[in-house]
Design a protein around this ligand. Sequence first.
Ligand SMILES: Nc1ncnc2c1ncn2[C@@H]1O[C@H](COP(=O)(O)OP(=O)(O)OP(=O)(O)O)[C@@H](O)[C@H]1O
Ligand SMILES: [Mg+2]
Length: 304
Amino acid sequence: MPISIRSIPSCSNATEKPLRPGTTGNAEHAPTRPVSAGSSVPAGPRPLLSVQDVVVRFGGVVALGGVSFDVWQDEICGLIGPNGSGKTTCFNCISGIYQFERGDILFDGRSIRGVAGHKIARSGIGRTFQNIALFDSMSARDNVLVGAYPLGRTGFLRNAFRLPPVQEEEAQARNRANDLVELLELEAIAGTRAGSLPFGTRKRIELARALVTNPKLLLLDEPAAGLNHTEVSELATLIGRIRRYFRVTIVLVEHHMSLVMRVSDRVVALEFGIKIAEGLPVQVRSDPEVIRAYLGDIMDAPAA
Ligand SMILES: Nc1ncnc2c1ncn2[C@@H]1O[C@H](COP(=O)(O)OP(=O)(O)OP(=O)(O)O)[C@@H](O)[C@H]1O
Ligand SMILES: [Mg+2]
C-alpha cells in the first residue's frame, strides 16, 4: 500500500511546501534553506541545533573531545564515523540522557545544558535508538501512543480526576498515533505485541513513536541497521518524505554510506570523538581523513 501522507490532518506543522531543488549536494531531498554559493554551510540567521565544543568522558575514554557542528532548519545532516567514534554519545547529549562536562548545545537558540530529557523532548526533539527501545508486551499502536507522553500539559490533579482537558489531550494523542500508524504502514500489525514483530517493523514503530510528538528535530540512530537492501532503499525514500511532510530537521547516524550519501544535505564525520570532516556528501565521501578512518576500520578488523 502506498504511503498516504495526505491523510495526516492532525499534525499541525504538516504542511507540504514547495522545495527548492538543487540548492545543496542532494537535489532529491533538497531542503528549503539555501546554501551559500561555493559553501557547504547553509545561509541564514541561526542554526536549529548548534553543538559547541562538547566534551564527554567515561573514565579514561574520551567519547567526545570538543565536538562542534551546526544543523540548519529543514536539513538532513548525516553524522558518520567508525564504531565508537561518539555518534550515539552525541545524540545522548542532545536528548538529555548524558550530561557533558564542557561546551554547550543550543536548540532553537536556547541552551539545553542540564535540561531534563522529557523537557527536551517536549521542546521539540524526537529520537530513535540504536538498540530498539520498545515496550515488547504492548501493541504496536500503544508503543506509538506512549511517545506522546512528553506532550501532556494537563498536570497531576487534572489527570487524577480525568478532567475534560485530559480527555481532549488523550484524544489528540490517539489521533496523532493513528495517523502515524497509517503513514508508516503499520495498520495491519497495529494491535500485535511489539515483541513478536520482525526487526524492520519494530524500527518503523520506533520511528512513528519519535514523530508522534511532532518534533522540530528528529535524531535517527542507525535506522537502517538490520534492514535488507530493498528496505534500506525504501527507508531513504521515507526519510525524505518525512522531512518534507513534517518539515522536520533530521540528524541521521548511519553506517550505510549509500543511505547517508543519498539522503543527506551535509555530512559530519567523527573519529574517536573528534570531528574529522564536514561538508557536502560528495566532499566528505572523498575526504582523505574519512577514507583513512574507514579503511583503518577494515584493516584492523579480524579476518573472518
Ligand atoms: N555509558 C557509557 N559508559 C562507558 N563508556 C561509554 C558509554 N557510552 C559510550 N561509551 C564509550 O564512548 C565511546 C563512544 O561510544 P558511542 O556509542 O557514542 O559510539 P558510536 O559512534 O555510536 O559507535 P557505534 O557506531 O558502534 O554505535 C566508545 O568508546 C564507547 O565505549
Ligand atoms: Mg552508536
